[in-house]
Design a protein around this ligand. Structure first.
Ligand code: NAP
Length: 458
């Protein structure tokens, strides 16, 4: 126990899942001393570096986390990578419970020729670039071509399509990274083609995100009426198993298909369906993407899948390809990992030993590393409730870890160069907010790791 008699709990990863976990543990009363350990110098994970800058109202959730987590005594240790800087074993020597909330830190690839050509990149990197994530500061996407192709039709695809087409003067009022704002001002991209490998009924957009695409000034959403028609397999699927979201999406896509062209629009977003990329082509950089037309079929388990309907390919000339086919988690040294599902094997957040199937005492998971990269931001709230329920129950039943040392990570991190404490984060926050106020923006982000550390030190 801590000197005050409370057990110590470390949350690894200060994104929304980690923050909601801290918030709910605090709400349970003065039960744990909580340390939030984060690999970046700044907290709030995808809230800061994933949520699109034009979704400012969602980003304001950071105020809740500040008020109800950091102001309530939860400590922050930023710029500390658990795994490399700080081994899992050292946490287990010090904490009664360790909660992994590390998300899904990499992207899925397509495995097609030309994928690595310059001009082709994961949408997740592009998202990090416009959001000022220090790891993507130097991405420099080439926006000189007229056409960009986005592969996949989930909400990340919607985000990047909006960011490529939205009026830059509107973006200038957000917290978009300065380097991205400057590049988007010079962008020649006028046409964004979004490719879904399955049909309109299987689009992964949520309704609000699909609607929003059609609400941007100067942007026309193009859907070929033939693409908006459902094939018989999808008709049956929508009638029998389709969700409300899928039905509403199909209606919206039909509305887009029926809408007259907008002569005042200077940018278009084309939503295409039943199309898969088979190769990216170009000499020194991507110049075109070859796509095939798909048909849907039911696999042996009844799931609707896409397969090529013929060998015929269509070439779409383009200068930028963003693959937006989902995030993927990476294993953590010494922590169990399910290589098939890319999650920490768990039962209601209790991480399981793969050999025995029994919970590993004191180790928990929450968020995308627990359930996979699905759900909107608010999904993490319910997910955190589930994991917190397991932790609190284990505390009551004496099932937490029994650490050999009677301290948190202070002995390991005190005096270590570059560790950002709460005071350091507050200094970064003040600097960014002050710069934002001066230019009538929510904040101006510091985007270089060095600048962040310098601001934290100051
Ligand atoms: P996602 O929703 O899982 O969408 C991934 C898309 O990639 C799907 O259309 C999927 O098609 C497609 N895909 C996967 N593998 C493919 C392949 N090999 N070839 C072609 N297409 C492929 O993932 P996401 O867009 O990365 O979003 C991740 C999560 O964050 C989602 O839950 C999302 O809702 C959430 N998010 C929410 C917001 C928001 O609320 N505004 C913003 C961003 C992200 P299939 O369906 O055929 O597999």
């Amino acid at each position: 126990m801590s000197p005050n008699g409370r057990p110590r709990l470390a949350i690894v990863g200060a994104g929304p899942a980690g923050a909601f976990t801290a918030l709910q543990l605090i709400r349970h009363g003065d039960t744990f001393d909580i340390d939030l350990i984060e690999r970046l110098p700044t907290p709030w994970g995808l809230l800061r570096a994933g949520v699109a800058p034009d979704h400012g109202e969602i980003k304001m959730l950071d105020e809740t986390f500040e008020r109800r987590v950091l102001n309530k005594g939860c400590r922050f240790f930023g710029n500390v990578a658990v795994g490399s800087d700080l081994p899992h074993g050292e946490l287990m020597r010090r904490y009664h419970a360790v909660v992994y909330a590390v998300g899904a830190q990499t992207d899925k690839s397509l495995g097609i020729p030309g994928e690595e050509l310059p001009g082709s990149m994961p949408a997740t990197a592009f998202v990090g670039w416009y959001n000022g994530h220090p790891d993507y500061r130097n991405l420099a996407p080439d926006l000189s071509g007229e056409t960009a192709v986005v592969i996949g039709n989930g909400n990340v695809a919607a985000d990047v399509a909006r960011m490529l087409t939205r009026d830059v003067d509107e973006l200038a009022r957000t917290d978009v990274a300065d380097h991205a704002l400057a590049a988007l001002r010079e962008s020649n991209v006028r046409r964004v083609v979004v490719l879904g490998r399955r049909g309109p009924a299987q689009a992964a957009f949520t309704n609000a995100e699909l609607r929003e695409l059609g609400r941007m000034a100067g942007v026309h959403v193009v859907v070929d009426p033939a693409d908006a028609e459902l094939d018989p397999v999808s008709e049956e699927w929508l009638a029998d198993e389709g969700t409300f979201t899928a039905r509403r999406n199909v209606e919206r896509l039909r509305e887009y298909a029926a809408a007259p062209g907008d002569p005042s629009a200077t940018r278009t977003i084309e939503l295409r369906f039943l199309r898969s990329p088979v190769a990216l082509r170009g000499t020194d950089r991507v110049e075109a993407i070859d796509v095939v037309r798909n048909e849907l079929y039911r696999d042996e388990r009844g799931a609707l899948r896409a397969r090529p309907a013929s060998d015929a390919t269509e070439a779409i000339p383009c200068g930028l390809v963003l693959r937006s086919v989902g995030y993927q988690a990476v294993p953590l040294p010494d922590v169990p990992f399910d290589e098939r599902s890319y999650i920490l094997p768990n039962d209601r957040g209790r991480v399981l030993d793969p050999a025995t199937g029994e919970p590993v005492r004191g180790v928990y998971a929450v968020g995308w590393i627990k359930r996979g990269p699905t759900g909107i931001l608010g999904t993490n709230k319910r997910d955190a409730e589930d994991t917190v329920g397991s932790i609190v129950s284990d505390l009551r039943h004496g099932l937490l870890n029994e650490p050999e040392l009677d301290c948190g990570v202070d002995d390991l991190l005190d005096g270590r160069a570059g560790v950002v404490t709460l005071a350091g984060w507050r200094a970064i926050d003040r600097a960014e907010l002050a710069a934002g106020q001066a230019s009538e923006r929510p904040r101006v982000k510091l985007v270089e790791r060095e600048a962040l550390l310098q601001a934290a030190g100051g």
